[in-house]
Design a protein around this ligand. Structure first.
Ligand code: SAM
Ligand code: DTB
Ligand code: SF4
Length: 320
């Protein structure tokens, strides 16, 4: 049932199916592994914002571009915990800590992150971190502190990657992912659509992710939020149908993975989001901000849960 040998052409023909047939197919797969009425609410906390040395062409936090995001000092521990508590009280069962770093350095700040991870884990929440590249020793320290998952996206296909980022390689990303897996940390790895990539690149990314054994437990699908001042600031939004197709193919090929409808939800209607959930997306980020970009407000999400009769998904739930 779970395959790691999906071929590009197979995935491409799925991607190109008549959309309603594709949604029906992925919805059917989704139901075999998950309760389709459940949606996990996650919350992002940007503990170190801006001033990043990398040149990711989509990112508001790269110091190479002039955007409206100003570099902020490292957030105070108490402030981070307060944010996590507030997210929990609103139904979030997973908290993701992000930092605008190329890589983790063994530093006072890393020690503080270990403390934060320990505290949030004790609150019964899944803790995820996205701190850039790391080595096996750092992964082990995070695991020992109680880290549940680590997010590190491949973003796009290996071929197209160089058009997006030049300051690190696909190989570097894969190395970090393997250090995360080695340390027995749950893997969160996905990508972005709308970077000017071809459909073949989206399919190739999904092929790479589905070739991992085990599959990443979590696959965030981001729709580019064009950020003024970045090289991709003027990119046209990809259609909702492309987003749904990407979600559906990811779900069919990685049925046990949580598919997270991540960046780009702010401008989506309830009906558009519903189709994403039907196609297999089963997680959203809640709160008015993602890392730096705006997100839906809590009232809108509460209304969405009510309208669609959705249940919040508890933490640490593993699909059947
Ligand atoms: N610095 C770390 C890194 O790059 O691994 C972690 C933070 S980074 C902001 C996390 C992910 O957010 C990126 O890999 C990318 O997929 C997504 N992302 C960043 N900016 C985005 C944007 N403008 N639109 C959509 N997704 C975005
Ligand atoms: C992921 O794939 N998407 C989230 C999370 N992982 C860290 C981040 C989205 C960031 C959107 C742009 C911003 O807020 O700056
Ligand atoms: Fe830095 Fe991450 Fe943004 Fe790239 S995506 S510029 S590594 S914060």
């Amino acid at each position: 049932m779970i395959r790691h040998d999906w071929e590009k052409d197979e995935l491409l023909s799925l991607y190109k199916m008549p959309i309603l047939e594709l949604i029906f197919k992925s919805a059917t797969v989704h139901r075999q592994f998950n309760n389709p009425s459940e949606l996990q609410m996650c919350h992002l906390i940007s503990i170190k914002t801006g001033g990043c040395s990398e040149d990711c062409k989509y990112c508001s936090q790269s110091s190479r571009y002039t955007t409206s995001v100003k570099a902020q000092p490292f957030m105070k521990i108490e402030e981070v915990i307060k944010r996590a508590e507030s997210a929990k009280s609103k139904g979030a069962t997973r908290v993701c800590l992000g930092s605008a770093w190329r890589q983790i350095r063994d530093s006072k700040q890393f020690d503080e992150i270990l403390k934060i991870v320990k505290t949030i884990d004790k609150m019964g929440l899944e803790v995820c971190c996205t701190l850039g590249m790391l080595n096996e020793d750092q992964a082990k320290k995070l695991k020992d502190a109680g880290l549940y998952a680590y997010n590190h996206n491949l973003d796009t296909s290996d071929k197209y990657y160089k058009q997006i980022i030049t300051s690190r390689s696909y190989e570097d990303r894969l190395k970090t992912l393997s250090a995360v897996r080695e340390a027995n940390i749950s893997v969160c790895c996905g990508g972005i659509i709308g970077l000017g990539e071809k459909v073949e690149d989206r399919v190739r990314l999904i092929q790479t992710l589905s070739s991992f054994n085990p599959h990443p437990e979590s696959v965030p699908i981001n729709r580019l939020i064009p950020i003024k001042g970045t090289p991709f600031g003027e990119k046209k939004q990809v259609s909702i149908w492309d987003l749904i197709r990407t979600i559906a193919v990811a779900k069919i090929s990685m049925p046990r993975s949580m598919i997270r409808l991540s960046a780009g939800r702010e401008k989506m209607t309830s009906a558009e989001q519903s189709l994403c959930f039907l196609a297999g997306a089963n997680s959203i980020f809640i709160g008015e901000k993602l890392l730096t970009a705006p997100n839906k407000n809590l009232d809108q999400d509460e209304e969405l849960f009510k309208t669609l009769d959705l249940q919040p998904r508890r933490s640490f739930k593993v699909p059947s």
